[in-house]
Design a protein around this ligand. Structure first.
Ligand code: PGA
Length: 250
């Protein structure tokens, strides 16, 4: 049985005070939630430490939005897995489409980041997704396959148990255009089958695969009702407490 994971990705938003207030609201809400699901917030680096103090001991898990693969050294401006582990971070997003698009992160680099995260007890969420152009050219499946296969190169079955996958079609991110629940289900099932080819049925059946891209309170239930979709990665709507609560409560 897969336990759905509802994750907020705050992106480059919130000051420390704003973030702490949002996290406090979530922690309060999580005490009243009696549905079987995990809650995660991926917050800016600058707010991680303060928010860790807020969510510690609660049902809300804490995540970073990126990291570098080296442990330390002359990499000005980067954040290492050791630093995230030091704060007590549980999860880290790897390969969000904005990282791939604006910061030229390649599958090869992301593969190194996943390995580094795992070796420091951080749970990676590998994000994959195709552009609109790729979908129109009907190469969305091979695009996703490449991202999954290359991103997971050299990852063992045991390690795969700690990895979450998020399918986020780029054309649906921040655009208000959600993939239909059928489109999301189809691709997520396709991803599950790739995992089955690599790792076998048990690992594939147990991997949490989220959908992301314009998830809102109004469409969350419909998306989550699909058999292979195990939660959501939520951008915009995770920044407003009431909206995010509505999604978590689907
Ligand atoms: P969105 O972002 O919910 O604002 O579309 C999703 C994401 O980028 O993770």
């Amino acid at each position: 049985m897969r336990r759905p994971l509802i994750a907020g990705n705050w992106k480059m938003n919130t000051t420390i005070n704003e973030g702490v207030a949002l996290a406090k609201g979530l922690v309060d809400f999580s005490k009243t939630l009696n549905k079987d699901r995990d809650i995660l917030i991926c917050v800016p680096f600058t707010a991680l430490y303060a928010i860790k103090q807020v969510v510690d001991g609660s049902k809300v898990r804490l995540g970073a939005q990126n990291m570098y693969f080296e442990e330390k050294g002359a990499f000005t401006g980067e954040i290492s897995p050791v630093m995230l582990q030091d704060i007590g971070v549980d999860y880290v997003l790897i390969g969000h489409s904005e990282r791939r698009q604006y910061f030229n992160e390649t599958d090869e680099l992301l593969n190194k980041k996943i390995k580094a995260a795992l070796s420091h007890n951080l749970k990676p969420i590998l994000c994959v997704g195709e552009t609109l152009e790729q979908r129109e050219k009907k190469i969305e499946k091979e695009t996703i396959k490449k991202q999954i296969v290359n991103g997971l190169l050299g990852i063992s079955a045991d390690e795969m148990k700690k990895i979450t996958v998020a399918y986020e079609p780029i054309w649906a991110i921040g655009t208000g255009k959600t993939a239909t629940s059928e489109q999301a289900q189809e691709m997520i099932l396709y991803i599950r089958n790739i995992l089955k080819d690599i790792y076998g049925e048990e690992i594939s059946d147990n991997t949490i695969i989220q959908y992301g891209g314009s998830v809102k309170g109004q469409n969350a239930s419909e998306i989550m009702s699909k058999s292979d979709i195990d939660g959501a990665l939520v951008g915009g709507a995770s920044l407003k407490l009431e909206d995010f609560i509505q999604i978590i409560s689907y």
